[in-house]
Ligand binder design. Structure first.
Ligand code: ADP
Ligand code: ASP
Ligand code: MG
Length: 476
């Protein structure tokens, strides 16, 4: 008999992206039941679906609906092919396909309405994006049931309560705790596996929200924390958290364990494998977190471990553990000798940036106080520059500020490792390595936790910088 323990498992887009993947996911759920009496499954949309939904809605907002019929048939084919292959019971199969078909229909109607309006509000974009998980949850629920495990599909909009910050909603943990327990515990008590949607929630008045792209990892953490679960496992398409993005460096290695603060830096600085907001709820609730591979389930994956006390060296002796890159950024600089010693310039600058709802991943200020420099995503750069020019209009006129300008596209490259805190000369090694490989560093920042060092390089140098720093990790 399994212990009365609770496990939350989240399957990413590739892990539910085909009949083959869904078969593996269902087997994983079945196997987990041997060790956990209570299992909750969270699913992403099938791979490629969220992009397709958002692209179609964005085209509709420009009045373009000609690609809608092909999007519609892609969605239908993708879900129906898996349903036909895997759902054995005829009634369940017909019911599942019918519900998916209705969702596709409502999506098409939504896009047509967007096209008539000529605009898509963040709320409309969330309604469109949510369709992906709302379809896959029905499919995966039925596939798990067909594999002989009693399961019930339930949309997280019924119990993940969020604010109305569409496209990047924040959960109300109190309301979510109450509703999640109320809805999921009776199922778990009966030995039923609730299969629910990642990525989405709803406001108290029922409007569908999303937690931001890649947000189903965060859903797993939220649901795991409020139940609470003993463990949260994130099933994806690689063996765990690796020394770098395996799409850039083929021989990147899987890390068997990583501390919470290291993974927080990695996720924040672009390692797509885990949504950056995932870590906080599980750390706060003391829940075990593991990242593992749906396509290689016997591999132990990466286990997240508590932060190493500051007097200890990393267990594996590795000082720099991993390297990441965030692409499509611009460096914005405000400069002028008249800024010297003037209080409040930085506050006003970041106030102006915040007014455009842009987040700033990296800031540096030269000690001379003659310039402030920070990174923003390229797509927000124009609106940031405009806001700064308005805010500092009089200083610009008086020539206290000489100019507000931005670079072409750049990338932020970050090296991460708790051991860096106690090892002098790591920054030197990192810069020497980049210099030797002729990657030009445009700006530098070090996190106050000293777990990471970030460097800004021109877009064209991204891969070169990642590869050469990865060589440092690999001891090449
Ligand atoms: P899922 O759909 O399962 O959530 P994602 O595509 O969001 O999967 O994240 C997994 C992908 O993240 C991997 O396939 C890999 O290409 C990419 N990735 C980037 N950096 C890393 C890293 N440091 N370790 C592992 N994977 C990484
Ligand atoms: N389907 C959503 C996305 O593609 C959420 C996720 O996969 O985590 O962003
Ligand atoms: Mg993801």
């Amino acid at each position: 008999m399994p212990e009365n323990k609770t496990l939350v498992m989240k399957f990413g887009g590739t892990s539910v992206g085909s009949a083959d993947a869904l078969t593996k996911a269902a087997q994983i759920v079945k196997d987990a039941r041997a060790d956990y009496a209570r299992v909750v499954v969270i699913t992403s949309a099938m791979s490629g679906v969220t992009n397709l939904l958002l692209d179609s809605a964005a085209s509709a907002s420009q009045g373009k609906t000609d690609s809608l019929p092909s999007a519609e048939s892609t969605l239908r084919e993708k879900h129906f092919a898996a349903a036909d292959a895997l759902i054995k019971d005829e009634t369940l199969r017909a019911e599942t396909k019918h519900e998916i078909d209705s969702l596709i229909h409502s999506f098409v109607e939504l896009c047509k309405a967007i096209a008539i309006l000529g605009e898509a509000s963040p709320r409309a974009m969330d309604a469109a994006a949510s369709i992906g998980e709302r379809m896959s949850v029905r499919l995966l629920g039925a596939v798990i049931e067909s594999a002989g495990v009693s399961a019930k599909a339930i949309e997280s909009t019924e119990f993940v309560v969020t604010n109305a910050h569409f496209q990047n909603a924040h959960p109300d943990f109190k309301a979510t705790t109450e509703k999640t327990r109320q809805l999921l515990n009776p199922l778990l008590d009966q030995g039923i596996v609730p299969v629910t949607t990642g990525f989405i929630g709803a406001t108290p008045t029922g409007a569908i929200t999303t937690l931001g792209r890649g947000g189903s990892d965060y859903s797993a953490a939220i649901i795991g924390a409020v139940l609470p679960a003993d463990d949260v496992w994130i099933w994806t398409d690689v063996d765990g958290i690796m020394t770098t993005d395996p799409r850039i460096v083929k021989d990147a290695k899987t890390l068997s364990e990583i501390t919470y603060s290291e993974v927080a830096e990695l996720a924040y600085y672009g390692a797509k494998v885990l949504h950056p907001k995932t870590i906080r709820p599980v750390v706060d609730a003391g829940i075990g977190l593991r990242i593992c591979n749906t396509f290689n389930p016997s591999h132990p994956g990466t286990r997240l471990i508590a932060n190493i006390p500051s007097d200890l060296q990393p267990r594996d002796g590795q000082i720099v553990k991993a390297v990441t890159a965030i692409r499509n950024q611009r460096l914005v600089t405000i400069e002028g000798r008249g800024m010297l010693g003037v209080p409040g310039v930085a506050a006003r600058a970041f106030g102006a940036v915040a007014s455009t709802k842009t987040s700033v991943p990296l800031i540096t200020q030269a000690s001379s106080e003659q310039s402030i420099c920070f990174a923003v995503p390229s797509e927000s750069a124009d609106s940031v520059i405009n806001a700064l020019q308005v805010t500092f209009a009089s200083e610009i006129e008086d020539e206290d500020i000489d100019r507000v300008w931005m670079t072409e596209d750049v990338s932020i490259i970050t090296v991460v490792g708790v051991g860096m805190r106690h090892t002098p000369g790591v920054a030197g090694q990192v810069f020497t390595q980049l210099g030797n490989n002729k990657a030009n560093v445009l700006a530098i920042a070090q996190g106050s936790s000293e777990v990471s060092i970030s460097m800004v390089v021109a877009a064209a140098d991204t891969e070169l910088a990642v590869r050469s720093l990865h060589d440092l990790i690999a001891g090449k």
